[in-house]
Design a protein around this ligand. Structure first.
Ligand SMILES: Nc1ncnc2c1ncn2[C@@H]1O[C@H](COP(=O)(O)OP(=O)(O)O)[C@@H](O)[C@H]1O
Ligand SMILES: [Mg+2]
Length: 222
């Protein structure tokens, strides 16, 4: 069985407080996982550990068969930039850049600027943003900001997309469009892990997990 990534017995503590306890999961090629759970349950923390944005206190994250525990900062940065696409809960766009420029940021960081420029425009157009390419974040609605963030995550065709409540604040038609685009990457043998409060979106994922008080349990299909 080919895993894009595995989380093995990960626990996370902030000081005395334990946020995650013995969390394990595997993401196979072509698979989508949805994680639901109460606010403050550790969903965003888990995504950030999977995406190598922060380290677990205990346990390991295995990426494409490699234990990431032994990697130095240079290798971790390269993996984050090339293996993962992030859709953050608070979009984290750069306010001084336009929508198009924000989508291009991962390409600039990995020196793929020219080849990615056409794709950046295509992605924004696909999300109905072709009239807003040169708007800055403060001139866009929350739904439009989320679409820019999604285009940025998809730009370099990462192996795994990590999406934190990607359809929040979107009207149903746009939410469906965003969900389609996210799930589409699984058809190419890639993987998706999404955190959501939206039961309709969770139901479209292959596997559903519930995170409660730091413990992850697999759910039957909704
Ligand atoms: N950097 C941090 N330092 C201390 N506590 C944190 C930090 N990040 C998150 N927490 C705490 O961890 C808990 C889980 O947060 P989070 O992962 O954001 O939950 P969720 O995404 O499920 O709402 C919360 O109680 C939050 O206050
Ligand atoms: Mg969260």
């Amino acid at each position: 069985m080919k895993y894009l990534l595995e989380v093995r017995q990960v626990s996370k503590c902030y000081g005395e407080e334990r946020i995650l306890t013995d969390v394990s999961l595997g993401l196979q090629s072509g698979q989508s996982l949805a994680i639901t759970g109460q606010s403050g349950g550790g969903k965003t923390t888990l995504l950030s550990i999977i995406g190598l944005l922060q380290q677990a206190t205990y346990g390991t994250v295995i990426i494409a068969g490699h234990d990431t525990g032994g990697l130095g900062p240079h290798d971790l940065t390269a993996l984050r930039a090339n293996y993962f696409g992030f859709v953050f809960q608070r979009t984290r766009l750069v306010h001084s850049l336009t929508a198009l420029e924000n989508v291009m940021v991962p390409a600039w960081l990995t020196r793929q600027g020219k080849s990615a420029a056409v794709r950046a425009q295509e992605l924004l157009s696909r999300f109905g943003m072709e009239q807003r390419l040169h708007y800055r974040p403060q001139e866009l609605s929350i739904g439009q900001l989320r679409r820019v963030a999604l285009a940025r995550a998809l730009l370099l065709r990462p192996q795994v997309i990590l999406a934190d409540e990607p359809t929040n604040d979107l009207d149903p038609a746009i939410a469906a469009e965003v969900a389609d685009s996210l799930l589409e990457i699984c058809k190419e043998g890639k993987g998706l892990i999404l955190v959501t409060h939206d039961p309709a979106l969770a139901a479209r994922a292959d596997v559903n997990f519930y995170l409660q008080q730091g413990c992850l349990t697999k759910q039957g299909r909704i």
